[in-house]
Design a protein. Sequence first.
Length: 95
Amino acid sequence: MGDIIGITDAFVITTGGNVRQVRTICDEVQLALKLEADAAPCAVEGLADASWVLMDYGDLVVHVFLQDAREYYDLERLWADAPRVDWERPATAAL
């Protein structure tokens, strides 16, 4: 993203199935970045209705959407010129 807009290096775009899940995703992102990178967001917007939450970490911006809002705003189309990195879920430990 840095070469395209110059204000951030990367966007993470994800979707929760309902408001509770969107808020939980946001909580987990904040916890993981705090524990692994000692990072706190510069700003968090949209938690009140949780249809689209934006978490600004400076070099990283995390967007957590409800499905209807994600389809409506269609950030993937808006930023189609940006390189895309596919996410691979880490292997989980066997129980």
